[in-house]
Write a protein that binds this ligand. Structure first.
Ligand SMILES: Cc1cc2nc3c(=O)[nH]c(=O)nc-3n(C[C@H](O)[C@H](O)[C@H](O)COP(=O)(O)OP(=O)(O)OC[C@H]3O[C@@H](n4cnc5c(N)ncnc54)[C@H](O)[C@@H]3O)c2cc1C
Length: 381
């Protein structure tokens, strides 16, 4: 108890009953003014003014008790759920997530974490209302403790009518922000700002191309996935799409099922091929019993790897790209583009470094094939 509270209580104790005012008692320092007491004393029990005031007091008391109980329960729920690591803030509808803007940092509530490989998960955040995330844009995530921020490309294209934001984030063992994200728990508020455009790719801009070739590495798939969705849902123009998706292991070919399904349902328009750095060493991986196969994500991944690998093996090379991509640059060709997105080392190998301009002359595999700077866009990743 604070000193001022102790002195008020001591004074009140000296005053047997505040509300049965008697001129003989020393007035409590926290008591109402004598005028108020006089007004109160003039109302007697049974008097209509007295009764309605009593009812008002009782109503106020009930509201206050109810509010205190709600806050108490909410705090208890918040604490116990946080300990269990499965919390959705019950008061988020009052103070919680708002919509993203690039003007300031906004706290968004993490509502779901879906692991998609050993090192990568999809993190889902609640928005106030659905918002249009431009194709090929990124949002910045901040680790407030160390004041570091990194860009991530939202992947919720197919959920654009729902108030959610999804980020696919790979954890790097020494990575600052990716480790922060992977240590976050459901219910936590995480600061973000954006979206910011990385490549202008509204529908009319995509329509300008007859052909779009894409080379994605690992989480770089997030940049090209919205392009694929946008082009394939455009009834007006049948732009041709081709994608070579490179990853270290089959498990890291994120959204592969979705990509295969899109290629199947739009076989005249969209072709997808895959390459992995190396085949998994199946001799070290015990095949799961059929009954157990669906029991965990890891087992499902292993079950997939057991099937014969039908894609390429090794780093992206000319043989994988020939016949798949739009033809190498002809003079003033603006009808086709090649998008490259992935880890810096992979982008360098495929198209040369982005350099200080962000789009330095094309080198690497694409340079050797004759592609020019105007026909290739390298995403930062
Ligand atoms: C526009 C844009 C969009 C992006 N979208 C995504 C996305 O959707 N999903 C996603 O997971 N990442 C994405 N990234 C990468 C992301 O911004 C971070 O760079 C990544 O999460 C690593 O940050 P970190 O703080 O954990 O690592 P840092 O502390 O920056 O680096 C730690 C270590 O990890 C290594 N490292 C960092 N990034 C990579 C990488 N990409 N490949 C290999 N090694 C790396 C560094 O060399 C270093 O040794 C995007 C980047 C950009 C610029």
């Amino acid at each position: 108890m604070l000193p001022f509270q102790r002195s008020i209580l001591a004074n009140c104790r000296r005053t047997p009953s505040l509300w049965t005012h008697s001129s003989t008692h020393t007035p409590c320092t926290s008591s109402p003014s004598p005028n108020l007491i006089r007004q109160y004393s003039s109302s007697t029990k049974g008097h209509p003014a007295y009764d309605s005031r009593q009812q008002a007091i009782r109503r106020t008391n009930r509201i206050m008790v109810g509010a205190a109980a709600a806050v108490g329960f909410g705090t208890y729920y918040l604490q116990s759920s946080q300990q269990q690591g499965n919390l959705i803030n019950p008061f988020s509808f009052l103070f919680g997530s708002s919509n993203l803007t690039n003007d300031r940092w906004t706290k968004l509530q993490l509502t779901k974490i879906t692991p998609v490989s050993d090192s990568t998960s999809i993190f889902e955040f609640r928005l106030n209302k659905p918002m249009t995330i431009p194709i090929c844009s990124a949002v910045y995530v901040k680790d407030d403790e160390i004041q570091a921020m990194r860009a991530y490309t939202p992947v919720h294209y197919s959920l654009r009518d729902q108030p959610v934001l999804q980020l696919l984030v790979k954890r790097y063992s020494e990575g600052q922000v990716s480790r922060f994200m992977h240590s976050a728990r459901v219910g936590q508020q995480i600061e973000m700002r954006g979206p910011v455009m990385i490549w202008p790719a509204s529908r009319p801009e995509l329509e300008a191309y007859d052909e779009i070739g894409m080379i994605a590495g690992g989480t770089g798939i997030t940049a090209v996935l919205p392009v694929i969705h946008s082009v394939l849902t455009n009834g007006a123009k049948k732009t041709k799409l081709s994608l070579l998706f490179a990853a270290q292991t089959p498990e890291e070919l994120y959204f592969k099922d979705e990509l295969d399904q899109l290629a199947g349902s739009h076989s005249d328009q969209f072709k997808v091929t895959y390459t992995i750095d190396r085949l998994p060493d199946l001799s070290k991986t015990p095949a799961p019993a059929p009954s157990q196969a669906a029991s965990s994500r890891k087992q499902q991944a292993v079950a997939k790897e057991v099937q014969p690998w039908k894609g390429h093996v090794g780093y992206v090379n000319q043989a994988m790209l020939e016949g798949m991509l739009p033809a190498a640059a002809k003079t003033n060709d603006t009808k086709s583009i090649i998008l490259v997105c992935g880890p810096e080392s992979m982008v360098k190998h495929v198209a040369g470094g982005r350099g200080v301009t962000g789009q330095d002359p094309v080198r690497g595999v694409l340079g050797a094939m004759g592609y020019k700077k105007e026909q290739v866009f390298r995403f930062p990743n």
